[in-house]
Design a protein around this ligand. Structure first.
Ligand code: UDP
Length: 491
């Protein structure tokens, strides 16, 4: 009998850490489910190196995951040399990177031709990022199919897609005001406000450099055979229904794409492996020791994700509010907006004598923290977060409620959903221009961390804990079933 060639899947993530790592986790998840597949993740050379080190730092890499470096020269696209990732890029350059990402199309075509020569048939499918919609055309021209993968949640992805495609805030003729406008696909009762939109989206008119990237790419992704979504059906009932209603395609909720150790049935213990190849500037053990010396659910963890920071004024008020709250905190801090994020941190960005005064109250982590370890620790009681979807899932999987400070992308929609649908979040402010005063910082922190029965924080913690239970149960439940269904459609 002739030996069967493995079924080949080609994955095309967008060029950002928050996309590369979930794609890698997706590859692991597919192979855990069915080792019959061979998976090649393609990207630019530096991103492939980044994935290589993430694999090397992770648990036993399966031999079926291959990495393929496609030629890409950032200088050809008006970007600084070696800019292949959103990491550290200012917003004006990020849009250039978005446009530049379409340059991977030609080398991807070359790679698929090679696969056909070597294996005699095209890959069983391409799984492309929703932002890499052009991969649909590639799949079609080689006689295979494309599925899109959204690394965000269902509600956030539905809002992001629909708002970019329809710019409903620019078209208020259907009813609504800037404070309350309907979004196609969403129930009439769920209205959005312009304050939840990023500044480049508020100004978008369909012809600007943001719209001319997002509209065609999302539109092409709407031609996929279906979408995979990094969420759990049970925690986003309304979001899943809305996403299906808007994109009119099958949606498989196969999340959460978190390391297995984070998904133990009994959370709040144990150290987990790092997901990225980036070197932490603080050893996980130092954070854990510090957390060990605090009572359960008492510490506030503050981080704005892998690539964001806040303004100098906001940083100052946040510091004052933290100090006045007297609550213990771990703060992942980077230079403020307008400065090199990877540059040296200057004490003048914080109140005079701040680091000396806070003493044992706070642990300042410069640059990068072992977030998973921190969120898994029982002393962590709340997360002040920019509401990036990975952070949201990491936090909720451990039952940790969120203080939201959305900054970019679909984070404003995530925060809205976390408040209105899940009841696990309170929004402190929004964006890098959002007003923030120390009194509000203090009040919100107290409200969320205080355990007295009547405090809102108690209710948020109870709800977050229930969401965490559903997330962990989905691994052998609905998400497992969804992966099964998806894989049976491509086999
Ligand atoms: N992260 C981390 N340490 C940090 C900051 C971020 O480990 O100091 C990780 C975090 O655990 C998450 C990812 O970086 O997995 C951030 O992804 P998210 O979707 O939350 O936000 P993004 O960085 O895409 O804005």
């Amino acid at each position: 009998m002739e030996a069967q060639l493995p079924k080949h899947i080609v994955m095309v993530p967008f060029m950002a850490q928050g996309h590369l790592i979930p794609f890698l986790e997706l590859a692991h998840r597919i192979l855990n489910h069915n080792p019959i597949f061979t998976i090649t993740i393609v990207n630019s050379p530096l991103n492939i190196n980044y994935l290589r080190s993430a694999i090397a730092n992770g648990p036993s890499p399966p031999h079926q995951i291959h990495l393929k470096s496609l030629p890409f020269n950032s200088s050809d696209h008006g970007l600084p040399p070696n800019s292949e990732n959103t990491d550290g890029l200012p917003i004006t350059q990020i849009i250039k990177l978005f446009h530049a990402s379409t340059a991977l199309e030609t080398p991807l075509r070359g790679f698929i031709s090679d696969v056909i020569s070597d294996e005699g048939s095209p890959p069983v499918c391409i799984i492309s990022d929703v932002f890499m919609g052009w991969a649909n055309e590639v799949a079609k021209s080689f006689g295979t199919v494309n599925y899109s993968f959204t690394t965000g949640g269902a509600y956030g992805s539905a809002a992001y897609s629909s708002i970019w495609m329809n710019l409903p805030h620019r078209n208020l003729a259907n009813g609504g005001t800037h404070d309350e406008f309907p979004v196609p696909g969403f129930p009439e009762s769920c209205r959005f406000s312009i304050t939840q939109l990023h500044s480049y989206l508020i100004a978008a008119d369909g012809k600007d450099e943001w719209s001319t990237f997002f509209q065609p790419q999302i539109s092409l992704s709407l031609k996929s055979k279906g979408w995979l979504c990094n969420t759990v059906e049970e925690i986003e009932n309304m979001g899943c229904e809305t996403l299906r209603n808007y994109i009119k395609l099958p949606v498989w909720c196969i999340g959460p794409l978190l390391p297995q150790k984070m998904l133990k049935t009994n959370p709040g213990s144990g150290i987990v492996g790092r997901r990225s190849g980036k070197q932490p500037v603080i050893r996980p053990e130092e954070c854990i020791e510090w957390l060990d010396s605090h009572p359960q659910d008492s510490v506030l963890y503050i981080s704005f994700g892998s690539q964001n920071t806040i303004s100098e004024t906001q940083m100052m008020e946040l510091a004052k509010g933290l100090e006045e709250s007297k609550k213990p905190f771990i703060w992942v801090i980077r230079p403020p907006i307008g400065f090199d994020l990877k540059g040296e941190f200057k004490p003048e960005w914080l109140p005079l004598g701040f680091e000396d005064r806070i003493g044992k109250q706070g642990l300042m982590v410069h640059g990068w923290a072992p977030q998973l370890e921190i969120l898994c620790h029982p002393s962590t009681g709340a997360f002040l977060s920019h509401c990036g979807w990975n952070s949201v899932m990491e936090s909720l999987s451990q039952g940790v409620p969120i203080i939201g400070w959305p900054l970019a992308a679909e984070q404003g929609y995530n925060a809205k959903m976390l408040v209105e649908e899940m009841g696990v979040c309170v929004v402190l402010t929004r964006g890098v221009h959002g007003r923030i005063v120390k009194e509000k910082v203090k009040n919100v922190i107290e409200m969320v961390l205080d355990k007295s029965e009547e405090r809102k924080g108690n209710d948020m913690r109870r709800k977050a804990s229930e969401v965490g239970r559903l997330i962990r149960a989905s691994v052998d439940g609905s998400s497992y079933k969804a992966m099964d269904e998806f894989l049976s459609t491509i086999l």
